[in-house]
Design a protein around this ligand. Sequence first.
Ligand code: ATP
Length: 312
Amino acid sequence: MSEKKTPVLEVKDLKVTFGTKKQKFTAVNGVSFTIYEGETFGLVGESGSGKTTIGRSIIRINPTSGGEILYKGQKINGPIPKELDRELTRRIQMIFQDPMASLNERAKVDYIVSEGLYNCRRCQSEAQRREEVDRALTDVGLLPEFASRFPHEFSGGQRQRIGIARALIMQPDFIIADEPISALDVSIRAQVLNLLSQLQKKRGLTYLFIAHDLSVVRFISDRIAVIHKGVLVELAETERLFAHPLHPYTRALLSAIPLPDPAAEKNKQLLVYDPEMHDYSVNQPIWSEIEPGHFVLANEPELAEYRKILEE
Ligand SMILES: Nc1ncnc2c1ncn2[C@@H]1O[C@H](COP(=O)(O)OP(=O)(O)OP(=O)(O)O)[C@@H](O)[C@H]1O
């Protein structure tokens, strides 16, 4: 990461709800983070914690219910001008989890990889388009002649490379990789992770890397945010988070011990005396920066406890 940090993506108090007015479900609840140029920002949490929903909100597939998403300082959630919409479709790309499901079986690789170019009208000629397909395939370690084949002719790892080529051809600067290796054979996972790292260096890309597997996120991420039931519970530089996990959910994830019982968690809100109100109030946890760059969701007594841990 560069010394001077330039924000690429800012998520501020993001809220995403699904369902009807009568039966609402909040999948993402007040999430905030900033991703800086050239870094890999890992987002971890169990299945159903809201990771993909955040990714889909950034690429504007999911409407947001509250908060803001800024790309290079410009608000991109809610209604935006057509020009900006076209620009974002190019600049922010997503790599999906299942390379078996995410490629159109009936289309040739040539079409799959370059489909986005038709929409953004970036290529002026057929020869230019072909050249770009060749370059994208070569960049992900595939042969240009693979362009005339169909997805079923490839292995899982090769198909994921095709998915990466499809993203790269748009010349993005920000890529959301949503569990990009979890559907792959264990033996080829490292190759795909290394490819993503190499591409990042070569092209100066910024990544949001979504996964539930902590060892994978640790390998690739500069910083990691932990999400639990739609709420960020901790965020820190990777090695800091592994050395000093503070939130019980982060600790549980890291040590692979059974996760806290949700009912017990609910009862953990503490009653504290509020001298102004002359009453006891529920002490709600808040998102606090406990040391530079290390954020944790905690109430006052918990924060005091965590400070002690850090001083030890
Ligand atoms: N379109 C939708 N309509 C209703 N509920 C949804 C929708 N999309 C997601 N959800 C719900 O929102 C919650 C968060 O889902 P999300 O896919 O973001 O989780 P995740 O952390 O990415 O999980 P996974 O790793 O399994 O993909 C889940 O309870 C899911 O069922």
